[in-house]
Design a protein around this ligand. Structure first.
Ligand code: NAI
Ligand code: MG
Length: 353
């Protein structure tokens, strides 16, 4: 009997290239995983008119976790790929936390001058189930001069409380500093509400030092003073934008992992790179697999396999630090598969079973 049953959805573009490498690395540290692949993608959409079958969530419900590549490809509108697969899965499985650790990895260079690994170690906790990403709204009077669109945001008490509390718990286990992203000067209903819940929950965690910053100023803070930041909590939209920014100022999108977490553990959590399907480099064997491999390590940690997770993390750091095998985004000439294999071999040597 395999210890874990994991579903993979490689998806589109480089999602396919990097998922193969993550599976290779995880097999090297934990041989008793049973993998089941689902070919849900934009290609499937063009063939069948749906990104996944109607009972897609039910097909995945009994797996221990899901490893997702990326979805999106030219010819299929991005809102179709996102709302046809990623968002329904996040919501069906109660994955209300999107966890995005951003670190400067050894042997890689920050886009910021003079910054070292000590300065850049941030955990972004993004709300993953409501907020600005809502389907409520519509286009009115289409095609007429008085045409207009409405896009609503949803901030529920339950949704705000649980994500903010989760962020405080994370901060308590790290440097005990939590910054909340707001924009209460512009969004005069949702953000003051978010802020009031943040302040109320902050009172339960006196040991955590808190700040509330407007998201624009916080974006600048990530660039100018990343060393002052530890955990950041933000709404769905703010967390999304800040994590791409934070990933870009560290080693780039090719290195940033994420987890869609169901903290109640009553449905599978889903792990993926922050980056998308990168059609500009897809199929050329040059995508950096590190983000997806680190997403795999987050999955192992979530499953309680902390030794295996640590071995993968350490293998990534060692191989990057040595610098002999690097993909083009890091200034090297190695292929996706060569870097994946180097990390898999190192991880296998490090793991203590
Ligand atoms: P992207 O993240 O796919 O690419 C942005 C840039 O970063 C590109 O120049 C790409 O070549 C580079 N890049 C990304 N990952 C890389 C890696 N592992 N190694 C080397 N270079 C890498 O974002 P973009 O171009 O905005 O979106 C492309 C498609 O991906 C769209 O259809 C979008 O909707 C979709 N997407 C899907 C996501 C998901 O499935 N979770 C998340 C973000 C975008
Ligand atoms: Mg994003």
């Amino acid at each position: 009997m395999p210890r874990y049953r994991i579903a993979t959805i490689p998806g589109d573009g480089i999602g396919v290239d990097v998922t193969v490498e993550a599976v290779k690395v995880l097999n090297a540290v934990l041989p008793d995983i049973a993998w089941t692949e689902f070919d849900w993608s934009c290609e499937q959409y063009l063939r069948t008119g749906a990104m996944m079958p109607e009972d897609g969530p039910r097909q995945l419900a009994d797996f221990d976790a899901i490893l997702l590549g990326a979805v999106g490809f030219p010819g299929v509108a991005d809102h179709i790929s996102l709302w046809g697969l990623l968002i329904p899965l996040r919501r069906a499985f109660g994955q209300y936390v999107n966890l995005r650790p951003v670190r400067l990895l050894p042997g890689t260079e920050s886009a910021l001058r003079g910054r070292t690994a000590d300065d850049l170690d941030i955990l972004i906790v993004r709300e993953n189930s409501e907020g600005e990403y809502s389907a409520i709204g519509g286009t009115h009077n289409p095609g007429r001069p008085d045409e207009f669109v409405v896009q609503e945001s949803i901030f529920t008490r339950t949704g705000c409380e649980r994500i903010i509390r989760y962020a405080f718990e994370q901060a308590r286990g790290r440097d005990r500093k939590l910054c909340s992203a707001t924009k209460s000067n512009g969004l005069i209903h949702s953000m003051p509400y978010w802020d009031s819940i943040f302040e109320r929950i902050a009172a339960e965690y006196p040991e955590v030092e808190t700040r509330q910053m407007h998201v624009d100023a916080l974006a600048a803070e990530i660039v100018l003073h990343p060393d002052r930041l530890d955990v950041i909590v933000g709404s769905n939209l703010f967390g999304d934008i800040l994590s791409d920014l934070a990933a870009a100022v560290t080693g780039g999108l090719g290195l940033a992992p994420s987890g869609n977490i169901n903290p109640a553990r009553d449905a599978p959590s889903m792990f993926e790179a922050v980056h998308g399907s990168a059609p500009d480099i897809a199929g050329r064997g040059i995508a950096d697999p590190v983000a997806q491999i680190l997403a795999g390590a987050m999955m192992l940690a979530h499953l309680g396999e902390s030794a295996a997770a640590a071995a993968v993390d350490r293998a990534v750091c060692d191989v990057l630090a040595e610098g002999a095998v690097r993909t083009p985004d890091l200034g090297g000439t190695a292929t996706t598969a060569e870097l994946g294999t180097a990390i898999a071999e190192r991880a296998a040597a490090l793991v203590t079973r």
